[in-house]
Design a protein around this ligand. Structure first.
Ligand code: DX5
Ligand code: ZN
Length: 216
């Protein structure tokens, strides 16, 4: 199933609740929530209190993307503030297997994220445990960057790897996705689409509806 997960990093934070309701009404199935710690990535975004405060705004799935060092320290807190899917970076976990197990123990779905330059081999052993893999298609840390073209081949290779193992893992792509390249990434094998600036710049409801139309 194809899913749109608008990233609220590009939303107007002074009216975050309304922005979320708007993309919910347009039909976006997930809400993508980018948590940054100023260490794993240069920026600091927001954390648990913000997630907790927007939880009552929608019943849509909270797709929480942690760009933080050693996320295993915060499993309880993210489960409690309403995360449904928790994504951790392979590059920021000393013990990736243990971290995935901890996410699942807390009742959340587990996703591993890879930076553009990280090889797919890191997934070899843990892939069967994952509900989703997030392929970064820009270097993480900021919204509004340009899609890195070599990522299309990486998406294709990951889809093949998933099929060869007889799995049905979701592939999420994040960074520089627009109405112009969404078809390309979907044809390569991605089925969960993150879009930040391409949704929230201008009319978020209309932009989300345009994405969903192309993703049918
Ligand atoms: C970047 C974040 C993204 C970001 C995407 O590090 O993980 O989710 O919001 O923004 P766009 O779609 O504008 O590239
Ligand atoms: Zn993200």
């Amino acid at each position: 199933m194809n899913i749109l997960s608008p990233s609220i990093l590009s939303a107007d934070f002074s009216r975050l609740g309304e922005e979320i309701k708007c993309i919910d009404q347009a039909g976006a199935q997930y809400i993508h929530i980018d948590v940054m710690d100023g260490a794993f990535v240069p920026s600091i975004s927001f954390g648990m209190p913000v997630i907790q405060s927007i939880r009552p705004c929608t019943e849509r799935i909270f797709d929480v993307h942690l760009m933080i060092e050693e996320p295993i320290r915060y499993m309880d807190e993210f489960a409690r503030c309403g995360a449904d899917i928790l994504t951790v970076h392979t590059e920021s976990c000393a013990h990736l297997d243990r971290t995935i197990e901890a996410i699942k123990e807390k009742g959340m779905k587990a996703c591993a994220a890879l930076n553009p330059a990280t090889d797919l081999h890191v997934l070899e052993y843990v892939l069967p445990k994952l509900d989703m893999v997030l392929l970064m298609t820009v270097n993480p840390g900021f919204g509004g960057q340009k899609y890195i073209p070599y990522c299309t081949d990486k998406i294709r290779r990951l889809r093949r790897m998933i099929e060869e193992k007889g799995l049905h893992t979701d592939i999420e792509v994040d960074g520089g996705i627009t109405l112009d390249n969404v078809k390309e990434v979907m044809e390569a094998g991605a089925n969960v689409i993150v879009a930040g600036s391409a949704v929230f710049q201008g009319n978020a409801g209309e932009n989300a509806a345009k994405f969903l139309e192309l993703m049918k």
